[in-house]
Design a protein around this ligand. Sequence first.
Ligand SMILES: [Zn+2]
Length: 378
Amino acid sequence: MINLSRIILIDHHAHSLLTDFSQLDAIGFRQAFSESNSLSMLQAHAQHSIHYMHMLHELSEYLDVEEDEEQILEMRSRLGKTDYVQMLFDDASIGASIIDAGFRKDDMHSLQSFSEICARPMYQCIRIEAVIESAMSSADSFKEMYENFEQELTSSAGLKTVAFKTIAAYRGGLQIDSVEKPAAQSDFAEWKYATTDKKRPRIFRGPLYHYLLNEAFGIAAQMNVPVQIHSGLGDADADLRDANPWCFRSVLESRKFSKVNFVFLHCYPYVREAALLASLYNNVYMDLSLALTLISTQAGSLFADALAAAPSTKILVATDGHSVPETYWYASHSARRGLASVLSYLIGNGFTNEEQAMSIADRLFHKNAQDLYRLSDF
Ligand SMILES: [Zn+2]
């Protein structure tokens, strides 16, 4: 079995940490390892998922405490927060991260403070929908809204922006329409007229949204940053059928966006579909991220499906870590176990040799991210 335990990971898709992550009770802690919004699920069932039981087992070994949820929580609450995060990130060989800046801001660390806690390079991924909603809430006219939108996407404030991200999968689906400007203008005017609470818009499938998404793809091309696309699992309000990467094919077919690199995130259960797209289109990439945690028992077969169809230059590893430091740590180890098992199988069956396998692992863990996001300063 080849050993990937020390290979450096550039975690190209993750989120920030909860400010009170060390003081969570069992329900709060389980929530970080479940996509369910149901309290009774978290009380009665989530702790019996194999991935969660396995994570507790690994954590108890690492922290040298009994394999008991209560004792583990007690132990982690006593450790210094910064030391604990750095310890887990070191153990998981996470060298740098790209953080989605638009997810649950109020109870989470700002990107700046997260990057200080982790003490390693961090880059920003701008969530397009957050920018659209903020531009809408502060504008009286379409023109003003568009200027805010453009300005926020291209702003150089904060951490360096290396990617955009869209959550269209759970805002009406990945089938993106091509929309002319007048249709977007009248959609905006209608929203202005009809909505009472203009301070908190929630953009959803419609002419304004899809016009601005298309514009954002164009801006990404000018800025030479890839667009990450939420796909597959990862949000309980998604209609999974609309989160199939294959639904995005009209954009991929449009010659207008042939210079934009698109990265499908999570992908599960559509790993094969994503891998086929990555094998067809020069500008399509994929990862497994959240599936490495939630479907950890199958990490090897997920990598096997991805590598069976997609070139190894098109697959990236990410943790989709969020809320508690153990999510980054567990997903990183899950990726190492899963990829090592499939590469060992491929070597054993004569599909590749050890040297090639190690260079495939290097690509997936950091080289592809370095090239795709142009992280020349890392
Ligand atoms: Zn995510």
